[in-house]
Structures are given as structure tokens and as C-alpha cells.
Design a protein around this ligand. Structure first.
Ligand code: HAM
Length: 420
């Protein structure tokens, strides 16, 4: 038997309603904040992620699905959406439009990671990116949007963690302090991190190797090396979050695993879903557009993993998501009634009603059993006499009550089905 590749998922019809609910909710909230939907290719030039996400990151060094096409161009399945959005903003000159520019996406991403609960190799994100606003007010907007999506999906028991990782001005001082600290423990670092010590010691802080993680615990904190502007920005952010009633904790351990971040970084962490508890991660990336070939443009955004949102939702049983089920099953007895049922079902579907009839040639008893199993709300039983009289009994499956309906009066039938 051919099986799906490790770390991928099938989303079956029974599971689709919760996916759709999350997609629809996030789309609706994004629209309310003025974010327009952007879609981009599944694969991009590898160079985009090398420059955007950063050569020194785990994502680029260990996790990308990279391949050469027939013309020997190096392409990569997108490991995340932000670099793709940045490329599209530049290529389509969106930076020249009225700022701020607000974009969102629902997309699949690909990372070669060790699969576990909440971590897969193909996964799905809802993300939002805000360009052209460098203020703390923009940080507040994007954090508020993420919080609203999580809240409206119905997930509780989530904490917002924020931190700042400084900017190009203050980071060199912080890097020196990190280098000094890690140099003292160099023999305990993994090979990758030893390589990172010179080029980008910040990345050691989010290495997934256990030993590196233990050493990183006591590393110097970004917050102690901020320049005046970064310090002010972080202070305004905190005051504004408090001002609009968004609860948060400052967590100096959050540095995020991608190189494009500067200043504000944040994560929404769930207490309900185990080790892979970050349901949403984001931050400011004022240098990204320039790094991938555009003009200096401020940016901030986030992405949330849809599988993790679903896990958090399930664990709390916070919302009952309606599954698709037929409104009406038209059972039939005999060849003429079967044709009549087909025509009636077709007519009702064209009016937007989810109606079904038998297409397997089941006995009447088996048809009723099927209707019951699929959770149908109403059933009609048609035989020769019903066709002749044009009247039939509509049965409400939840309370077994019956009403006589006129088969030729679709308006009245709709009314009886509660579809107006
Ligand atoms: P990220 O932290 O790599 O950031 O991913 C964002 C979210 O995607 C995570 O918090 C998690 O919920 C989900 N996620 C990540 N990897 C996996 C995986 N292997 N399996 C399942 N879910 C996963 C980014 O991707 C940035 N582009 C976010 C961003 C947007 N920053 C600024 N704008």
C-alpha cells in the first residue's frame, strides 16, 4: 500500500468543518481589521529564503525541501509565508501604494522536522503582515488581530508572551555579550551552533539541541542591551497593550527562530496542547523588504499553525462545530418514485438545499437506516400514491413529528424544512 509521506496529513470530510470554521473565522476577523487576502506560489527561488529567513536559521540549514528543476534552478517549497509576501510586495510594487499595507494569507508550509503532535512536515498557517508602519501602534494592531482570531475561534487558556530583540544599532553589543558567554561553553555546543557563534550567536538561543538549550538558559538577555529607541518602543508597546486591555507577560527567552526579526517579537502560548504549545508566533521585521531587494519598508506580522489551533480547540471542547449533514433525504419505493426523487432532489439542490436520494438501489428500510446514520434532519418517503397525489409526509428525524407537504410547492417545502 502506498502511504502518505511521513509528517503529512489527510483532512477527511468529518474533519473539514473545523478547518473551514477556522479559515472562515480568521478571514472574517482579518477583513474587519482591513487586511486583504494574498496568495503566492507553493515554491519560490531558494535564494529568497536564504536571504529572507536567514542562512543561519534551523529552517534554512536543516528543514527546507529544496530541489532543482529541469533547468537546474534551485527551488524550495515555502517553509513559511512572510518571505513570500515580502517578495510579492516588491515584485508587484505594492510598497508604492498607499501605506499602511495590510495583507493576510491561509497557506500550507513545508519543513523537514521531526513529526510529533502539533508538528508536521506539511502544515497550515493563517498569517497576517502589516507594512509601512514602524510605530508601536502597528505592533498593537497586529497583536490585537492575532488575539481576536484566537478568541473568536473559541480558544481560551492562552498567554501572550512578548519580548524585544533590539535593532541593527543595539544588536552588535548584544552579540558580543552572547559570543563571550557561549565561548565559555563552546565544547558543550552542537556543531551547528559552534558555526553560528561567529556569524549569528542569537540563533544558538533557539537551537533545538537539548545541551544547547540548557546552556542558553543563562545567556545574557536582549532586554539589557537595548538602545534608547528600542527601549522607548518596547515601553510604548507595553503601555498601549495595557491600555487596551490585552494581557501579556514579558518573556526574555523569546527570540524567534527566523533571522528577519527586529525589536518586537511575540508568541501566543497554549497551556492545553503539550510540547508544541506555540499556537502563534510573530514579530517586527523592518529590514526584510530591503534584504530581499526592495526599498526600506517597516513590517510586522504573525502566523498561527492551524493544526495547533484545532488541538487547542479540541482539548477545551470550547465549541461545537457543525458538521455537514443532509437537510432532506428523499426515500423512494419503486422505479417511478426513484426517478421522481431524483428530479425533486435536483430541484431542491438548485434552490440551495442539501437534499439526497437513493442512488444505490437500497430497500426502503435500508434507505431509512442510511438517512438516520447520516444525521439527516428530515425525510420524505415517496411511492406511487405520493406521486399521484402530489402530497407526501415530511418526517422531522429529531422528534419523529410528521407534516403533509405539497411536492409541487417548493416554496412551502422550503418553509417546512426551515430553509427560507
Ligand atoms: P513560525 O514561528 O516558524 O513563524 O511559525 C508560526 C506558527 O506556525 C507556529 O507558532 C506554529 O503554530 C506553526 N508551525 C510552525 N512550524 C510548524 C510545524 N512544523 N507543524 C505545525 N505547525 C507549525 C513563522 O512562520 C513566521 N513567518 C511568522 C511571522 C509572520 N512572523 C512575522 N510575520
Amino acid at each position: 500500500m502506498i502511504q502518505k509521506p511521513r509528517g503529512t496529513i489527510d483532512i477527511l470530510p468529518d474533519e473539514s468543518p473545523v478547518w473551514r470554521f477556522i479559515e472562515e473565522t480568521s478571514r472574517a476577523v482579518a477583513a474587519r481589521y482591513g487586511y486583504g487576502e494574498i496568495r503566492f506560489p507553493t515554491f519560490e527561488s531558494t535564494e529568497l529564503f536564504n536571504r529572507g529567513v536567514g542562512d543561519n536559521t534551523d529552517v534554512v540549514q536543516k528543514e527546507m525541501y529544496t530541489f532543482s528543476d529541469r533547468e537546474d534552478r534551485s527551488l524550495t517549497l515555502r517553509p513559511e509565508g512572510t518571505a513570500c509576501v515580502a517578495r510579492s510586495v516588491i515584485e508587484n510594487s505594492l510598497y508604492a501604494e498607499t501605506m499602511p499595507l495590510r495583507l493576510f494569507y491561509l497557506t500550507s508550509c513545508f519543513r523537514y522536522e521531526k513529526p510529533q503532535a502539533g508538528r508536521s512536515r506539511e502544515f497550515y498557517q493563517f498569517g497576517a503582515e502589516l507594512f509601512g508602519a514602524a510605530s508601536a501602534a502597528a505592533d498593537v494592531e497586529i497583536i490585537s488581530l492575532a488575539g481576536a482570531v484566537i478568541r473568536e475561534i473559541g480558544i481560551t487558556n492562552v498567554l501572550l508572551h512578548i519580548n524585544t530583540i533590539g535593532c541593527v544599532k543595539c544588536r552588535p553589543g548584544y552579540h558580543s555579550a552572547l559570543k563571550e558567554y557561549f565561548n565559555k561553553n563552546i565544547e558543550k555546543l552542537c556543531d551547528t551552533c559552534r558555526g553560528r557563534l561567529e556569524s549569528n550567536p542569537l540563533r544558538i538561543l533557539d537551537c533545538k539541541n537539548r545541551e544547547c538549550g540548557i546552556i542558553a538558559e543563562d545567556a545574557p538577555r536582549t532586554i539589557d542591551f537595548l538602545c534608547g529607541e528600542c527601549g522607548d518602543h518596547f515601553e510604548v508597546l507595553q503601555k498601549s497593550l495595557t491600555g487596551i486591555g490585552i494581557n501579556y507577560t514579558v518573556n526574555t527567552k523569546i527570540v524567534r527562530g527566523l533571522d528577519y526579526y527586529s525589536r518586537t517579537v511575540f508568541e501566543f502560548i497554549s497551556n492545553d496542547i503539550g510540547a508544541q504549545s506555540t499556537i502563534c508566533g510573530g514579530g517586527r521585521y523592518d529590514g526584510l523588504i530591503e534584504a530581499v531587494g526592495g526599498p526600506p519598508t517597516a513590517g510586522i506580522g504573525f502566523a498561527m499553525g492551524i493544526t495547533r489551533l484545532i488541538m487547542a480547540l479540541k482539548n477545551q471542547n470550547a465549541k461545537k462545530i457543525n458538521k455537514d449533514r443532509p437537510i432532506l433525504y428523499i426515500a423512494s419505493l419503486g422505479a417511478a418514485a426513484s426517478v421522481y426523487a431524483t428530479v425533486l432532489a435536483e430541484k431542491l439542490r438548485s434552490l440551495g438545499i442539501y437534499a439526497e436520494c437513493d442512488i444505490i438501489g437500497r430497500s426502503l428500510k435500508a434507505q431509512m437506516k442510511y438517512a438516520d446514520k447520516t444525521g439527516t434532519e428530515f425525510t420524505l418517503i415517496l411511492g406511487d400514491s405520493e406521486i399521484e397525489s402530489g402530497k407526501a409526509q415530511l418526517k422531522n428525524m429529531s422528534n419523529s413529528s410528521q407534516t403533509t407537504v405539497d411536492l409541487n410547492d417548493t416554496d412551502a417545502l422550503r418553509h417546512s424544512l426551515g430553509v427560507c
